[in-house]
Design a protein around this ligand. Sequence first.
Ligand SMILES: [Cu+2]
Length: 420
Amino acid sequence: MGTKLIILLVIVLGVIAIAQLVRVYELTAKHTNKKSEEVPHRDNIFNANMMLFFMIFFYAAFIWLMVKFGYTGLGPAASTHGIETDWLLNLNFVIIIAVFFLTNTLLFVFAWKYVKRPGVKAFFYPHNNKLEMVWTVIPAAVLAVIIILGLRSWNEITRPADEDYENVEIYSYQFGWTARYSGVDNVLGDFDYKLTTAENQYGIMTRANIDNALHMMRIGGPGEEGIELLEARLNNESVVMSKADRKKLEVDLGRKQRMIRLLEQISKTYNDSLDNIANNDVVVPDSLVLLKGQNYNFSFRAKDVIHSAYFPHFRAQMNTVPGMTTYFKMQPIFTTDEMREKMNNDEFEYILMCNKICGGSHYKMKMAVRVLGPEDYLNWQKSKMTYDGSPWLNFTDAERATKEAELLDKYREIASSVEG
Ligand SMILES: [Cu+2]
């Protein structure tokens, strides 16, 4: 409060001081018999030279900033689309920097060169159709090229994925990420926010989860009162309750009764044979592990507010929006180890972070990402369990050796597709 008042006072006094200075200048001009709009030649020359001086200072500062802070430290783009995105961004920068130097040079050099000289009258040059055409059509054409190139890349990144893409869901919440792999069938189980309970954090749809959600609403569970208990409490005459408390209970009861009706709808239309699609999914809450060269189709979900999934090294980013699924496709081209070598940093890790201010702990909303080669990826896969608790790669002892060898061959082929 105090500082604001002082700042205001300084501004007011500053304005008064400038007004007084102008008055003094006017009075001296009157005294020396000069017209107030007449600027001495010496001042004009000084201003013209300052224009040139400012331009040089401006360019030097720009180049210094580019050299000092232009380096992102992110290393080479680590995905196929990332290479394209980098190329597009560089193209934009080349055009922007060229135009920046051209227009600013014209601005300041002209101001310096055509300084007002005594006895020289300015040339009156009101209009030129050809010039207007040139500076309208050329920028429009350049912009059109940039936009068309950008749209082409964007459409390619977000178009529906083909069959050879692996479907992985990235679930975002305040403040973390969870990955859900689609398992051996490459189909993600369905979900519905209404099924979200303490045991089913991701709202995954199975018969058991539907029954459980209904049970929570009717009977209740940890941290949740069911409608039976709420009704009993509201109807208990012997307990004295404040009006506000009663209102709160009634609102909660109404909400739960609505939820029960909606859940009963889901329960009625749900086909039990879909259980398997969700049950062979693999939920990995702490990290995202990818196979080098594999094409991924990521779908994004948000539990609470809008987040943004940002993979800086893959040059990929997508908003995650509550109530809607967003997508993009991505193909990692360097394993974490390869990237460590390229970056000359033994501790390098890929990362997924939130790039939308989403609350108090936004800054630590991140997940480790690892890109593995064929052998390491297969080993990791062997250690993971599906949603219903069976191994991801559920082979019988007799078939295991051949099936794993087949998978390894397939992964090697996928990884070598991005080699060199
Ligand atoms: Cu966030």
